[in-house]
Design a protein around this ligand. Structure first.
Ligand code: KIV
Ligand code: NA
Length: 277
């Protein structure tokens, strides 16, 4: 089975095949998603909220992303693995940006990195592409800017914002990104952007006209309910399954129903007699 590559992203758009992307942060989940055939796995900095229990993504570090990307990469045979560049890992200088992104590739085995922002980060993106590191852009609601945006809200509803997101998308394409995540933008704006560029848009809360879709896995599996954005579709309720299984485990322990004979190991009676002297 050949790897879904950055070239596959581009050919998918050309040939009208929609791209599927999900987040993962650990080996066993990554394996499940990969075996189910998802095209790409993002080790998102949503890690901070979903796995580490932070209030937002700002406390996530390069070390955190590397640690989790290593685990995910070991679980992926086909999916393209994208490591999210955390807050401040690509803002200080081009040099630091290349070093941090380079570690995602060299140490953690990611195939590409993602970073948030438009014109503000174009110089960093160009340097990464020059260093042969594939980059995914991220426009619209960019959670690392939560303190500047004043909360998590839909972006691009007024003319100034809408124009900026469209112009940023074109700039990112020129800078060499192979795809752009569009988060929380109106569907019709996402359509215009998708039609204006040749690289695929991956939407999250950006409607059906994007070239692909991404969701946070814990959201779509019903495992994480601290936040429940409008754009999430719950495909199953793993959270309830887990709670049910844990309650059953506890009850069976108390009743003596677990472990049963088939879960236990035996020993020769003669040996028991010897040690029981
Ligand atoms: O961190 C993340 O999970 C993301 C996706 C929601 C696109 O950036
Ligand atoms: Na992210």
């Amino acid at each position: 089975m050949s790897r879904f590559s950055t070239a596959s992203f581009l050919s998918s758009k050309k040939e009208g095949r929609k791209i599927s992307m999900l987040t993962a942060y650990d080996y066993s989940t990554a394996r499940l998603l990969d075996e189910a055939g998802v095209d790409s796995i993002l080790v998102g900095d949503s890690l901070g909220m979903v796995i580490l229990g932070y209030e937002n993504t700002l406390q996530v570090t390069v070390e955190d992303i590397i640690h989790h990307t290593k685990a995910v990469a070991r679980g992926c045979k086909r999916a393209l693995v994208i490591a999210d560049m955390p807050f401040l890992s690509y803002h200080i200088s081009v040099e630091e940006t290349i070093k941090n992104a380079g570690r995602m590739i060299q140490e953690a085995n990611a195939h590409a990195v993602k970073l948030e922002g438009g014109t503000e980060v174009v110089d960093k993106i160009k340097a990464l592409v020059k260093a042969q590191i594939p980059v995914v852009g991220h426009l619209g609601l960019t959670p690392q800017s939560v303190n500047m945006m004043g909360g998590f809200k839909v972006q691009g509803k007024d003319e100034v914002q809408a124009r900026k997101i469209l112009e940023d998308a074109k700039l990112l394409q020129e800078a060499g990104v192979f795809s752009i995540v569009l988060e929380c933008v109106p569907e019709k704006l996402a359509k215009i952007i998708t039609e204006a560029i040749d690289i695929p848009t991956i939407g999250i809360g950006a409607g059906k006209y994007c070239d692909g879709q991404v969701l946070v896995t814990q959201d779509m599996l019903g495992m994480f309910s601290d936040f429940s954005p409008k754009f999430v579709k719950k495909y199953c309720d793993v959270g309830s399954d887990i709670k049910g299984a844990v309650a059953a485990f506890k009850e069976e322990i108390q009743k003596g129903a677990f472990p049963a004979e088939k879960h236990t190991f035996t020993i020769d009676e003669a040996i028991l007699d010897k040690i029981n002297l």
